[in-house]
Write a protein that binds this ligand. Sequence first.
Ligand SMILES: [Fe+2]
Length: 158
Amino acid sequence: MERVDLIINHPDFIRIITKLKKVEKNREFCIHDLEHLLNVARIMMIKNLEENLGFEKEIIYATALLHDIGKLHQYKTKEKHAPYGAILAAGILRDCRFNEAETAMMAQAIKTHSDDEATNPLGELLRTSDKLSRNCFLCPARDKCNWDDKKKNKGVTI
Ligand SMILES: [Fe+2]
């Protein structure tokens, strides 16, 4: 996956992921490290195949790797991470040879992945997979977590 390799070697991606790891070092709730990003990518892949959605593998991995890129900004400013993350992601995606149509689709998915607002089909896949990636059933902080109880994963489904 040539263009995905460009993302994981992109200086902005490396800088943000590295800083985020330090900032979230003692966080008791969900963190947004490389493992989370790849878990989301792989769940997206499974659902893409199971449901015959037809997204290219590179599109899925690129979207998942960049979907939380705005988190560092959220910790600094308290603004929502998704809209800012979409702007950052679009710049990185263009640098990594994704064309304008691909970049627009992925940026829109990232911008709208974390709320109940309307999103595009890639954003639906991202939102569902992001949620499914969290192991709430074994999380020691689950009682303090701000996720609605209905939203928490009670067992292994994927
Ligand atoms: Fe996420």
